[in-house]
Write a protein that binds this ligand. Sequence first.
Ligand SMILES: [Zn+2]
Length: 297
Amino acid sequence: MVSLPAAAWNAAGHRISAMVAWQTLDGETRAAIAEVLRQHPDFESWQAHANGADPDLTAFVEASTWPDDIRRDRRFYTAGVDEPTATEPGFPDMERHLHWHYLDRPLNPGARVWPSPGIIDRQLAALARIVGDPQEKISARAYALPWLIHLVGDAHQPLHTASRYALNGQSDNGGNQTTIINPFAAHPSMTLHRYWDDLPGPPWLRGSRLESAVDTLTSLYPRPASAGTPEQWIDESWRIARQHAYPLDGSAVPTISERFHESALAIARSRVTLAGYRLADILQHLFRAAEPQRKRP
Ligand SMILES: [Zn+2]
């Protein structure tokens, strides 16, 4: 079986993007988002992480990792691996949809490649359509919204849009099949994909520590003038992957140099911040479009 890419950005990266977005959103859009997220079947369980914080902010931040959290959730199943599980109220289906998280665009254009099942580009468009459509059932919008929040983050992780292909046409699954030595970690041997996932911060980052990390990042990286389109974000990620994602020291298992590490850290930090601003822009747009009709009698 082809092994699948692991989670993009660990939870820290997704929570940073969500917090940047929440701080960027206007109050009206926040309220409209909260109204939808309160209909999500897992809204109450997200509150276990509130620690006295605003329940709507908590839901938004926890929703950002929900598509990764269900990888370990036995209510859900992996198609082609597990038996389908019973559909629970509020969910359209219980599939984990691992192929929604990425795209395997070859880093060596023109290479003979095996077709990849990754469809993050198509899902970003499909989920945005559902979230922004007031005619959709509220349960469908509540299911699509955490996915949209999450996939905007994934689209900014360079190794979720690109793969290196061997001469036989086999992909390294976004660096999941490429091993590196990272001397800056406690356990230096890891996949290149994991190395990039962990750059934004530790997976337990929440609460006041998350807020101060976000304050630092938003002062370092200001909001761009325009959000661009998902195609552009994916294209940027692919270019970054091609130029900066792979350490090349001529050995089969390259070692991360200090210079490479500094450059990778700066890229990861700017990408998670940018993802947050863009998430705010896309949500503002979608909920503004949905609003006038929603209020019709
Ligand atoms: Zn993901």
